[in-house]
Design a protein around this ligand. Structure first.
Ligand code: BG6
Ligand code: MG
Length: 214
């Protein structure tokens, strides 16, 4: 029985994935690498520092720790400029009615995100108050695909992992949730999110019966 739902943020509550991609493309260019959409799919859910390590590997180059610090700063500064104008209008379709549905069924709600910018984004899109628990990239030592973020979320919600549902758009996030022993509702294609228990294109039109069937 689902008693708690943990939401990923980027690409699930709001479409910031495109801004991460644009910012990483700049850094990849500096490293002489053309970052593809397929590459970006592998970066989703992965922490900022781990993402840079992956891009450097794909670019077949090694970077010093000073360069690393400056690339991470540049990436985040660009990203922060892109998300400056985020507002309630940027909440993805179906999210608010899904949160309402969970409230009607007394289901607890939390966020489990790899992003260190999660609190400011939730504030801007006006959804912060809808979650009892927010675990973000500032509070974990290992990010997705490690289950830490979701295990911490389930503990803080007071709901056993087996009674938690995770809503995710990234393969790394699906792996994290499954390793935590949770059910997963994937947002996106079933080919991309092979291990999700159910996959939908958006949260629009999801019913309580759909959730019970997971
Ligand atoms: C995840 C995103 O939610 O957060 C990744 O899917 C991103 O693309 C990661 O790298 C870390 O985000 P931030 O905001 O701390 O750089
Ligand atoms: Mg995501």
């Amino acid at each position: 029985m689902i008693k708690g739902v943990l939401f990923d943020l980027d690409g699930v509550l709001t479409d910031t994935a495109k801004y991460h991609f644009e910012s990483w493309k700049l850094i990849a260019q500096d490293l002489g690498y053309n970052l593809s959409i397929e590459d970006n799919e592998r970066l989703k859910g992965v922490s900022r520092a781990d993402s840079l390590d992956l891009i450097a590997r794909w670019a077949n180059t090694s970077i010093s720790s000073e360069q690393k610090t400056s690339f991470l700063l540049k990436k985040n500064e660009h990203y922060l400029t892109l998300i400056k104008g985020l507002s309630e209008e940027d909440i993805l379709p179906g999210v608010v009615s899904f949160l309402d549905l969970l409230d009607e069924h007394n289901c607890l709600k939390g966020v489990g995100s790899s992003s260190k910018n999660a609190p400011v984004i939730l504030e801007r899109i006006g959804l912060k108050h809808r979650f009892g628990v927010i675990v973000d990239g500032n509070q974990v030592s290992k990010t997705k695909p490690d289950p830490e973020v979701f295990l911490k979320g389930s503990k803080e919600l007071g709901v056993a992992p087996a009674d938690c549902l995770v809503v995710e758009d990234a393969p790394s996030g699906v792996t994290a949730a499954k390793s935590a022993g949770m059910k997963v509702l994937g947002i996106g294609s079933s080919e991309n999110l092979v291990n999700a228990d159910k996959t939908v294109n958006t949260l629009e039109g999801i019913s309580w019966e759909d959730i019970l069937s997971i």
